[in-house]
Ligand binder design. Structure first.
Ligand SMILES: Nc1ncnc2c1ncn2[C@@H]1O[C@H](COP(=O)(O)OP(=O)(O)OP(=O)(O)O)[C@@H](O)[C@H]1O
Length: 697
């Protein structure tokens, strides 16, 4: 038996195994949350790997847990429900053949025989419909995994960059490996699902046809599968040993070959040969051991796939004496040949090939992209053990799980400090802020001052180096991803839409939302016209055919519909014209909950109840009019914005319901280049003053 039966899966296929040593496992997927000093935080390349497998290479369950942890429960439920449509076809296959023979063709009742065959065709059509939906659903399984991995790889590369490590193309290679993981994960899902459908269908069908058939056919089938699982476990371990052995060989042979002239000159040939011999022998042993495991795979198929058929034929004459009909015997064989054998073959190839490729590539990927945390964060954590910090934590909430309640506790930032690297200046320092349920806060500040960083901290995407961000009273760092998604929604500047229906895009954060709610949210943010033009909720979205403004409108509608009480708009309306922006912001302000707008236009700031001005590491908060009086930076920003207020960037393709002409209250009607002093109504004194100043009145 060639070892090809257990393909030599390599990390990332063609890219080869280059991951780093093992790590102590994934600690989340959203950025730098891993523990300092994890082995995975070491460089991802080079001879360090010669030290052999650590951590993850010993435990494939880690990869499976990681992958399935990204799958939403509703996707699993949908997959199971659609798969159920395939069970009748599987169950009917043997039954229909048996009845067609016994009740139809063998009694010269052709019509009855054809009717059973017709019933089988109908069931197969229903099954085909179910399969189609199942394959369409595959994306819901694999895309979240890919997103999590890409975020992790890119985040890790950025963090390493900040720490001064050279990337050397690792991020690109790892990103390619992400595709390998995604495809092999899909292979695993398909294999497991197909096996389940065939096993359940055959069990139900065989019992319905004649329990004797089930008794003969199912035990060897399950035995073959059980043996395969046991062999798979062994093969996976040997596969890993081969990968590691290969790495040891290359790490040892490489330096020896590079030094061959010196070795010859110093007469150290024997020493060098001994040095290389051990890893080469170990590698050969690992390969032979893998080949032996590979030889067991056809045996498993023989037991699970062929033994049931042989047994059926062997005991057939005996069963006839117990009332088994010729049709039932043929039906039983049909179950074996058209149900059990393909299912076993599929699961063997899915778990044996895709499974091993998945497990090893993902293990490498997780290790090589293990999150690293800034020194500052690590130091902060270490310091928490000190007495001083114990005292400082006295006013933290009671220990124990806090159930976040945004309506009660809103958002608070307590003395938050954050820097992108240990050697970097903090972007935010000692920032405290409270946003209650119902608040509308605008965040303003010069470009690069830290507004997006603040948004990421608020949303729990980054963890402060010092201080704490609390959402609904709970430390955002302790809230799991699903709960976080229920608490806050972040709409970034680059809106994300995906190739699916308009409904899928809009209800992504609130699956199963009624159409009326989806339509209401679309209308509220000004996307109703766009939805209508696209062809309604069932129309397909082709992301590349949408303008940036149209993508923003869809993302805004999706966020508006989400159940999260806190909405954070990080320049999320920058591709809309001012009127469309005003409408979208108003929709969010009127929504139940709190709104934080990272403002990029004067009007956004003036509309808010309060404004947070970020100025270097300093910050000031107040009503727009108060700030216009006391904050030099805020006045400068207003002046800068009002100077360029006439340069709105309406997106002609935004599809907004609102005319593209800017009708912002702060702009002179018909003259987008000037501010309207009359617009001062509703604005504070300071803001009115600025409007008046800038409009020359
Ligand atoms: N991932 C990162 N790694 C290192 N530095 C970063 C990272 N992201 C942002 N920065 C730096 O942190 C600072 C704050 O960036 P941030 O994007 O939060 O500013 P901003 O106020 O949102 O800017 P803008 O208005 O231009 O979007 C900038 O100096 C930026 O270069």
């Amino acid at each position: 038996m060639s070892r090809g039966a257990w393909p030599r899966s390599r990390a990332g296929g063609a890219e080869g195994p280059k991951g780093s040593k093992g790590s102590n496992g994934p600690k989340g997927s959203n950025g730098p949350r891993g523990s300092k000093g994890s082995e995975g935080a070491e460089g991802a390349e080079g001879p360090k790997r010669a030290n052999g497998p650590k951590g993850s290479l010993r435990d494939p369950r880690r990869e499976l847990r990681f992958a399935f942890g990204t799958v939403r429960r509703r996707s699993v439920v949908a997959m199971v429900l659609w798969s159920l449509l395939e069970v009748p076809s599987s169950a009917l296959s043997g039954v229909a053949v048996a009845r067609a023979l016994d009740d139809g063709f063998l009694r010269h009742r052709t019509g009855v025989g054809l009717a059973w065959i017709g019933a089988l065709l109908v069931a197969a059509t229903v099954a085909a419909f179910g399969s189609r939906r199942v394959f369409a659903l595959l994306g819901d399984f694999v895309e979240p995994l890919r997103d999590v991995l890409v975020r992790r790889v890119v985040g890790s590369a950025l963090d390493r960059g900040v720490l001064g490590e050279r990337d050397g193309g690792t991020a690109v290679r790892l990103t390619r490996q992400v595709e390998t993981v995604r495809d092999s994960f899909a292979g695993i899902i398909v294999a497991i699902r197909g096996f389940g459908v065939a096993a359940i269908g055959t069990a139900v069908g065989a019992l319905a046809l004649d329990p004797l058939i089930a008794v003969v056919v199912l035990p060897p089938f399950l035995l073959g599968f059980a043996v395969f699982l046991a062999v798979l476990r062994v093969a996976a371990g040997r596969q890993r040993a081969c990968v590691v052995g290969e790495e040891r060989v290359s790490a040892t042979v490489g330096p020896v070959l590079a030094a061959v002239r010196d070795i010859t000159a110093s007469g150290a040939e024997q020493f060098a040969a001994d040095l290389v011999a051990e890893p080469v022998d170990a590698q050969a042993r690992a390969e032979r051991s893998l080949a032996r495991a590979a030889a067991l795979r056809p045996l498993c198929f023989a037991v699970g796939g062929w033994l049931p058929a042989l047994l059926l034929l062997a005991v057939g004459p005996t069963l006839f004496r117990h009332g088994l009909t010729a049709g039932a015997l043929v039906g039983g064989l049909t179950f074996v040949v058209s149900g059990l054998q393909p299912a076993l073959r599929g699961v063997m190839s899915g778990l044996g090939d895709s499974g091993l490729r998945f497990s090893i590539t993902l293990a490498r990927l997780l290790d090589a992209s293990a999150p690293i945390r800034s020194e500052a964060a690590a130091t902060a954590d270490t310091d928490t053990d000190t007495e001083a910090d114990t005292a400082a934590q006295a006013d933290r909430p009671e220990p124990g799980p806090v159930v976040p309640d945004f309506a009660r506790a809103g958002l608070t930032l307590d003395a938050v400090t954050f820097a992108y690297g240990p050697a970097s200046e903090p972007v935010l320092s000692d920032l405290s802020l409270t946003v209650a349920f119902g608040d509308h806060l605008a965040v303003v500040g010069p470009s690069g001052i830290g507004k997006s960083t603040l948004a990421a901290l608020i949303c729990g995407l980054r963890r402060p180096d010092a201080g704490v961000v609390r959402l609904g009273g709970a430390d955002a760092a302790d809230i799991d991803a699903d709960r976080l998604a229920e608490l806050r929604v972040l709409i970034p500047q680059e809106a994300y839409v995906f190739a699916a229906t308009v409904r899928d895009n809009l209800s992504y954060l609130r699956p199963g939302a009624p159409d009326a709610d989806i339509t209401a949210s679309a209308a509220a943010v000004g996307a109703a016209g766009l939805v209508a033009r696209l062809g309604g909720l069932d129309a397909s979205v082709v992301p590349s055919e949408l303008s940036a403004g149209e993508r923003q409108l869809l993302a805004l509608a999706r966020a508006h519909l989400s159940p999260a009480p806190l909405a954070v708009l990080d320049e999320a309306t920058c591709h809309l014209d001012p009127a469309a922006e005003r409408r979208a912001e108003r929709a969010f302000a009127e929504r139940d909950g709190a709104l934080i707008v990272i403002a990029h236009r004067l009007s956004s700031a003036l509309r808010a109840d309060r404004v947070l001005v970020l100025d270097g590491v300093r910050a000031d908060t107040g009503r727009p009019d108060e700030l216009a009086e006391r904050s030099v930076l805020y006045r400068e920003l207003l002046a800068h914005w009002s100077g360029s207020a006439g340069a709105p960037s309406p997106d002609p393709g935004s599809g907004s319901d609102i005319p593209a002409h800017p009708s912002d209250p702060a702009l002179v009607p018909g003259d987008p280049h000037r501010l309207d002093p009359a617009a001062g109504a509703g604005l504070g004194h300071g803001a009115r003053q600025v409007v008046a100043d800038r409009s020359g009145t």
